[in-house]
Design a protein around this ligand. Structure first.
Ligand code: IMP
Ligand code: MG
Length: 178
């Protein structure tokens, strides 16, 4: 699949993403208004652009940490443990945590990451996803904050890759094979 020629059609502009982030930040700031220690956790690598834009809009005291987990794809069983490739640097016990993800697709990744981090006994654990493909869901998971629902298309840009490429596009585009 990766050496087939393709073009990228813009789906969500950089401007729309920025506008949506401003709206989401209002919700997050309200929900975490009383927190003095929010830990914003980016899931590597796809969320790196989103988390960078998100935290620069947040006027709350925050710390930033990153977590990288292995992706089991469609063959992953929902009961399986999530495999940590790069763990958090800091502790989240008794802290307020916001997990930042690029896309929720089948839901396995975020369901497992959430379950895993809950065992470390955070005070409050919420999640934000830039994109959601609800038609692809295999397990019951819903992000607390969501940028955009999208159809079942393979997307790239704004941190999201296709075979490690296109992460640097400033917009979200869909891959169309030519
Ligand atoms: P899930 O466990 O099926 O929900 O997988 C979510 C992960 O699959 C995301 O974090 C992405 O890394 C990857 N993914 C899902 N859809 C796409 C896509 O359209 N483009 C690129 N990566 C995707
Ligand atoms: Mg990912």
């Amino acid at each position: 699949m990766s050496d087939k020629p393709y073009v990228i059609d813009q789906m969500i502009s950089a401007k729309s993403i920025a506008a949506r982030i401003e709206e989401l930040v209002v919700e997050i700031e309200t929900d975490f208004a009383k927190t003095d220690k929010l830990v914003v956790v980016g899931l590597l690598r796809g969320s790196f652009v989103f988390i960078a834009d998100l935290v620069r809009e947040l006027s709350l005291p925050i710390e930033v940490d990153f977590l990288e987990v292995s992706s089991y794809g469609d063959s992953m069983e929902s009961s399986r443990e999530v495999r940590i490739l790069k763990d958090l640097r800091g502790t989240i016990e008794d802290r307020d945590v916001l997990i930042v993800e690029d896309i929720v697709d089948t839901g396995h990744t975020m369901l497992n990451v959430t379950k895993h981090l809950m065992r470390r006994q955070p005070r409050k654990l919420r999640s934000i996803a830039l994109l959601d493909k609800p038609s692809r869901r295999e397990v019951d998971f819903q992000a607390d904050y969501l940028g955009f629902e999208i159809p079942d298309e393979f997307v790239v840009g704004y941190g999201i890759d296709y075979a490690q490429r296109n992460r640097n596009l400033p917009f979200i585009g869909k891959v169309r094979f030519t």
